[in-house]
Write a protein that binds this ligand. Structure first.
Ligand code: ZN
Length: 1074
């Protein structure tokens, strides 16, 4: 099992801030769902057992590297590469002469077998800018420019600059070239992120012309941005005083300001921030503390760009199958314009000296007034592991150790902490090595006051015990297999492989170390494996625990206490500061501020002139393939069960999904399904404890997961509601894979009351986190549950209703465990059956044939039919406008309606139009002038639900008004052919998203389940390609239904909800959540 839960929180501090909310990673359905990876379009309940829960999703927007995907930092660096066994292929070479002519010298060159790539390090002679040029067969080309940007304070300069440089540049003098690229390119990745000490600007595309367009826009943005001459961008992205009318109160606005208010509304983030006790750059917040952001001046901002955004301080990465000489040509054009600067020295990161004594910090964090506050403490212990960077083998060993201690539910440190019952869930736990000095932390949340000390003692005593006793050999073998499997699979999901490699390389390169080293893991891994084999695992791992953790005096213990006053205190402080500001202004000042506010707003709302828009290079419709990508699919039958086979090259790995139907499940059992799934994975059988079972899965497979999935099906009343068992293994171990799946499904016993109790409290902690961090998802689920049955089912298993169910269930586990246990059995009986089962398999043809026998045996063991008759699903939440109260500084605002109810019939143009609404109307109004971090819309073509959502939004009713204006925006729209073409190309880019083979097979299964045929995909594609202005106008009528009959749900602070209900006579029914 590749669970990543153990290390998610620890990444907070090392995680960068994304420039824009990466919608593609959200759990929301995509506006192009029917056509592209349909998995995105389905509601997938966040069950701990599901592997595909991308880190992106959980960590919301503060998500970084592909590295986060893996077992942990160290291992994940291994995670994303394939083991090469072939001889080095030859790639086009850049000769020394050619490089010299362009102003570069070749520093070193290596063939890296781990990623089957030739990598060359160049140095730009004049400026010293370093360039890694990686050539291979990967069509998903990646470019990235990385600058070392250590901040001195928490005003958020690096972060605000990261947002701002993409707001217009010398060659591209328009408001946001970035958004034009979002609209009209075929990018497979487009974003920017700020780390604590560096800023990365990566792009990716499979289309070479498109790729070079993206590269040029990014290079121009980084080196020649308009924002250093234009205070308006700084105000918009950073902060400014807003005053609409001199009689009103002044408020703060700014995209980063509100983004960071959202970050600081989450206790896990606050904890991560405090854990950085350092007197170097890591002691301050590169993202910006909302309290400090308003101290930042435009002068300081400009100065920071001048100092650090210079080729001498830049590292540039190219990766893929394009011409390496062309890369240098593009770069020399930019780099030659600069002279050398001292920025490479001035940006150096000073290491933090290790403390000679442990320290302890007690801090308060904001909570709501409800619930048992006594039980809401957090305790976390953090170590800075070393003053000097570690060698690769030690780093690998520490990563391995991390996986052994925390990587799976069976890992001892994790298991002992959770089983202690001292807290609800782990927090901030795992190794992290993306910064100069590696760290390790482990902690718990949901801890009662009396237990805080005990958690700390248990952490220390368990670590001591692990050092003394070592790890079981089965556990070591399971971890090793998990790592090696990931290496072979090299599965970075929707994240480009080349970007994942870049982030690994840069983690050393940025500190002036060897950029090649992190890419070459085979030898150190072999050495580590040999040492374990010779000396035993204890001899390898015990000294590490002792040296780096137990005997390390740089220990920072953090205790976090809930404080129901804190949110309102902070609000009051901000208010009083703003009142003072206003009191200090003369009437003229106020009039001037109101005028400046209006001026900024006007500027934001004025569209770019067509000439400016034309600067941004774009593709033509003729560059776009006319046909969708088809996944080879053969539909067959084994013993009466439908089997889909996808013959694709998978590097000898088999991917299998077994799908069961929920059609016989009793309604009242629905909210138990996620816990049923977790129980299958984590309860054990008569003969095997859950630890043994998990180790077996780790040793024999690449992971198994079980999770529910629901969606509407277009044109049908009955939703699609399934349980999916998903697994992967080497082709030679398919028999083990199916045996283990069978064991989980049929033999696991639902008898462990204590473990079940833990599952419930972990789920509560996770759901509470979700409500705070992904309130837009909670709001969307709520609206969907009012509007259709599939939405209702999903909300029961993953929304606010689920949280309420869990809170009741927590009491019931003690009182009626028998009843719960037999309900779990009943769920199993109503699901497990050949009848209604579908199997999906992805592998090469030979493997597909070879595994048939194992599959047959598996299917033979299934009962013929489910117990219980067919049920009809027809639940809905009552239609109403709802406000969900949480302690927060920023809101999430949604509104939705079903456009099929107006008689609208699905046309491909709907995808183009909804993307256009998101990227223009909502981006400009909700984000740019509204100050929210994100505003977007989403169209679920299966159900017909069209929803508007905002993310970390300072407004509430104002945002709803913007949504309501969408129909008029479309009616008044005047787009020229170029804009239209851009919108069409961007939509096709979504539809044709790059997929690795397992994702192709999975998408095909989803389409099969939802009845989307290849003929329909082709038809929709044609409709997309021929979208006209008339389609936009016609769509206005359909979308008016959201304004006229839609439901609004906001997840917001009590103050803002009160204000909204006062302003609009009790518009919202109020519901408390936290
Ligand atoms: Zn940001």
């Amino acid at each position: 099992m590749l669970r990543t839960a153990s290390c998610s929180a620890s990444l907070t501090t090392a995680s960068p801030f994304f420039r824009h909310f990466p919608l593609s990673y959200s759990s929301l359905s995509s506006s192009t769902g029917a056509l592209r990876a349909p998995g995105r379009n389905l509601r997938r309940v966040a069950s701990p057992a599901s592997p595909g829960r991308r880190v992106f999703l959980r960590r919301g927007v503060r998500v970084p590297s592909a590295a986060g995907r893996g077992v942990n930092r160290q291992l994940s660096r291994l995670y994303v590469r394939a083991v090469a066994t072939q001889p080095a292929p030859s790639y086009p070479d850049v000769g020394q002469d050619e490089a010299e002519k362009l102003g570069f010298e070749k520093v070193s060159e290596e063939f890296i077998s781990e990623c089957k790539s030739k990598a060359t390090l160049f140095k730009h002679k004049k400026t010293g800018c370093e360039v890694m040029s990686v050539s291979n067969e990967d069509e998903n080309k990646v470019f990235g420019i990385v600058l070392r940007t250590p901040p001195k304070d928490s005003t958020g300069i690096p972060h605000i600059l990261e947002h701002s440089v993409l707001c217009g540049s010398r060659k591209y003098p328009l408001k946001e070239p970035f958004v034009e690229l979002l609209k009209g390119s075929l990018h497979t990745f487009l974003n920017a992120f700020t780390y604590p000490d560096r800023t990365c600007y990566p792009v990716a595309s499979t289309n070479t012309k498109d790729f070079y367009n993206l590269v040029d826009v990014y290079l121009d943005a980084v080196f020649f941005p308009k924002c250093v001459d234009d205070v308006h961008t700084f105000q918009q992205e950073g902060w400014h005083y807003e005053l609409n009318d001199p009689s009103e109160d002044i408020s703060y606005k700014g995209v980063v300001f509100n983004e960071m208010k959202g970050v600081y509304s989450q206790p896990d983030n606050i904890l991560g921030r405090i854990a950085q006790q350092a007197n170097n750059t890591y002691g301050v917040d590169s993202g910006g503390d909302p309290k400090d952001i308003p101290n930042l001046t435009f002068e300081e901002f400009k100065d920071f760009h001048r100092k650090y955004y210079h080729p001498s301080n830049a590292r540039i990465w190219f990766y893929g199958d394009d011409d390496p000489l062309q890369r240098l040509r593009i770069l020399s054009e930019y780099l030659d314009m600069f002279e050398a600067s001292p920025s490479r020295d001035t940006s150096k990161i000073e290491p933090q000296k290790l403390f000679s004594e442990p320290i302890r910090i007690v801090e308060k964090y904001p909570v709501g007034r409800d619930g048992d506050l006594k039980k809401k403490n957090m305790l976390c212990v953090n170590w800075l592991l070393s003053e000097k960077p570690l060698d690769l083998e030690t780093q690998l060993a520490l990563g391995f150790l991390d996986h052994l201690m925390l990587g799976t539910p069976a890992s001892p440190l994790r298991k002992i902490l959770l089983e202690s019952g001292l807290g609800e869930a782990l927090v901030s736990s795992g190794m992290s090595d993306e910064l100069l000095q590696p760290q390790f932390s482990v902690g718990m949340k949901g801890v009662s006051e009396d237990n805080v000390q005990k958690v700390e003692e248990l952490i220390m005593s368990t670590l001591k015990k692990l050092a003394e006793e070592g790890f079981e050999s089965d556990a070591v073998e399971a971890s090793m297999n998990t790592i090696e499997f990931s290496l072979r699979e090299n599965n970075t999901g929707s994240f480009p492989r080349g970007l994942s490699l870049m982030l690994q390389s840069i983690a050393k390169w940025i500190y002036d170390m060897d950029p090649f080293e992190p890419l070459k893991y085979t030898e150190p891994l072999k050495a580590l494996k040999a040492r374990i084999a010779e000396e035993g695992s204890k001899a390898v791992f015990s000294p590490l625990i002792e040296q780096f953790i137990l005997n390390n005096s740089h220990r920072v213990t953090i205790e976090m206490q809930p404080d129901p006053e804190k949110a309102s205190q902070e609000e009051a402080e901000e208010k009083s500061i703003l009142e003072k500001v206003k009191a200090g202004m003369t009437e003229e000042d106020l009039a001037e501020l109101a005028r400046a506010t209006e001026e900024l707003r006007l500027k934001q709302e004025t569209p770019d002139p067509p000439e400016a828009l034309r600067c941004v290079p774009s593709l033509n419709l003729s560059d776009i393939p006319k046909e969708p990508t088809y996944v080879p699919t053969e539909v067959g039958d084994i013993n009466g069960v439908k089997v889909l086979r996808h013959d694709l090259f998978t590097n000898d790995i088999v991917y299998a999904e077994v799908v069961f139907d929920m059609g016989s499940l009793k309604h009242e059992l629905l909210p138990l399904v996620p816990l049923f799934c977790q129980s299958l994975m984590e309860m054990g059988t008569k003969d095997l404890s859950f630890v043994q079972l998990n180790q077996l899965i780790g040793r024999k497979t690449g992971g198994i997961s079980v999770y529910p999935l629901t969606s509407s099906v277009r044109g049908k009343d009955e939703p699609c509601s399934k349980i999916i068992v998903r697994g992967k293994s080497m082709a030679g171990r398919a028999d083990d894979l199916f045996n283990l799946m069978n064991c989980l499904l049929q033999e696991v016993q639902f008898t462990d009351q204590q473990r079940f109790k833990q599952f419930v409290s972990q789920s509560i902690a996770r759901m509470e986190n979700r409500v705070r961090g992904s309130g837009h998802g909670v709001a969307a689920a709520r609206m969907d549950a009012m509007l259709n049955v599939a939405g209702w089912m999903s909300e029961q298993m993953g929304g606010l209703s689920y949280l309420e169910f869990l809170r009741t269930l927590e009491k019931k586990v003690g009182e009626d465990w028998e009843g719960i246990s037999s309900s779990l059995e009943e769920i199993r009986r109503s699901l497990l059956a050949k009848n209604g089962c579908i199997v999906n398999m992805t592998a090469d043809g030979k493997s597909l044939t070879n595994i048939e026998k194992s599959l047959e045996k598996f299917l033979d063991l299934l009962p013929e039919s489910p117990s219980g008759g067919l049920v009809t699903w027809d639940g809905r939440l009552p239609l109403r406008n709802e406000a969900i109260v949480i302690p927060t500084q920023v809101n999430y605002v949604g509104k939705a309606g079903n456009i099929y109810s107006t008689g609208y019939e699905l046309d491909g143009s709907a995808y183009v139009i909804s993307k256009h609404i998101s990227n223009t109307w909502l981006w400009d109004r909700v984000r740019v002038s509204g100050g929210a971090y994100g505003g977007f819309c989403d169209f679920d073509s299966h159900s017909g639900v069209f929803s508007f959502l905002s993310y970390r939004d300072p407004n509430l009713l104002k945002t709803l008004d913007i949504y309501d204006g969408t129909g008029d925006f479309l009616r008044g729209l005047d787009v020229d052919q170029e804009t239209l073409t851009k919108a069409v190309i961007g939509t096709i880019g979504d539809v044709d998203s790059y997929q690795l083979p397992d994702a192709k097979g999975y998408s095909s299964l989803m389409r099969h389940l939802l009845g989307v045929t290849d003929e329909e995909r082709l038809r929709k594609r044609e409709e997309i390609l021929t979208t006209s202005l008339k389609d936009f106008k016609d769509f206005a009528k359909a979308i008016d239904v959201v304004r006229d009959n839609g439901v609004a749900v906001a997840v917001a602070s009590a103050e803002d909800i009160d204000a909204a209900n006062n302003a609009r006579s009790n518009f919202f029914e109020v519901k408390k959540a936290l």
